[in-house]
Design a protein around this ligand. Structure first.
Ligand code: HEC
Ligand code: HEC
Length: 234
């Protein structure tokens, strides 16, 4: 009886810790604003706040992010590294929980905030680096199998050489399998209907069930690339 009680206490404490670490809160300190500004253009700040790393590891993580396209001056890089190495060092306390967010998590536009750093608020992308979604998502949806494939891109990412409207791209699109089915359905409906895009005739908004149907396939970003080649996109 006692042992069972203890197990529950430990499980609850772990759950509380996990929730605490996942909060969108960064500890105060010099460089905090810079981290908020630079580190959430491509992903949520939770990617950063949940980590507790040594200076060496943060140093190589920042280099990894620069490889993905993080733009910082040497001075900004040093400030960010100092901040992360001291405030998010191994053993650093979990930050105070953030205020609950007012936005509805399933609103496509708010999920699209994860994408803006690369595909831009206009959906135009950046030539040569990040493909456009404006004027392009309907082409994918119109292709046979394109609708399921878009869900796979969201869940598993996409990596390797592709061509969009005659321009070539060879980058990494991260997978977003950590988002809920509702969030993925919402952001896909968003990109299919923004910037003059429209769903092809006969197609309705994405549903949670459609997203669920593509989960559990455990594709790699390279496998998603080979399926793309069967869609006949130019
Ligand atoms: C240009 C886009 C971009 C920017 C800016 C960016 N990241 Fe990332 N980050 C990524 C990608 C892509 C991943 C990999 C996502 C995945 O694995 O699903 C990632 C993953 C991470 C991870 C998870 C560990 C890992 O290796 O997968 C951490 C920690 C992280 N980023 C920290 C940061 C920090 C700190 C900053 C700001 C200094 C930052 N990121 C800015 C693109 C970016
Ligand atoms: C770190 C940068 C980055 C982020 C963040 C990102 N993407 Fe991408 N995305 C890319 C790159 C790069 C490609 C092309 C990959 C390649 O070259 O193989 C791509 C490809 C795509 C494609 C397929 C286009 C095609 O014709 O194959 C879609 C759809 C897409 N992204 C949607 C999104 C959505 C929606 C989000 C946010 C939930 C998002 N992306 C976030 C970089 C990003």
């Amino acid at each position: 009886m006692k042992v069972r009680y203890l197990v529950w206490v430990i499980l609850l404490a772990l759950a509380a810790l996990w929730v605490g670490l996942g909060q969108n809160a960064l500890p105060e300190g010099p460089g905090r604003e810079l981290v908020l500004q630079k580190c959430q253009t491509c992903h949520e700040i939770g990617f950063v706040t949940r980590e507790r790393q040594t200076r060496e590891r943060w140093d190589s993580l920042i280099s990894e992010m620069q490889g993905y396209g993080l733009k910082v001056t040497p001075e900004e890089r040093a400030t960010i590294l100092d901040y992360l190495a001291t405030r998010l060092a191994p053993g650093a306390a979990a930050p105070a929980p953030a205020q609950p967010q007012a936005t509805t998590p399933t609103a496509g536009a708010s999920v699209y905030n994860n994408c803006i750093g690369c595909h831009q608020a206009t959906g135009a992308g950046i030539p040569g680096a990040f493909p456009p979604l404006a004027g392009h998502v309907p082409e994918i949806l119109a292709a046979r199998g394109g609708r399921e494939w878009l869900i796979q891109v969201m869940l598993y990412g996409l990596q390797g050489q592709i061509s969009v409207k005659g321009a070539s791209y060879n980058g990494i699109m991260p997978g977003y399998g950590q988002l809920s089915n509702a969030e993925i359905a919402a952001v896909l409906t968003h990109i299919a209907t923004q910037w003059g895009n429209a769903l092809p005739a006969g197609q309705a908004a994405f549903t949670e069930a459609e997203v669920q149907a593509q989960r559990g396939k455990n594709l790699t970003a390279q496998q998603v690339l080979s399926t793309r080649q069967q869609l006949g996109l130019r």
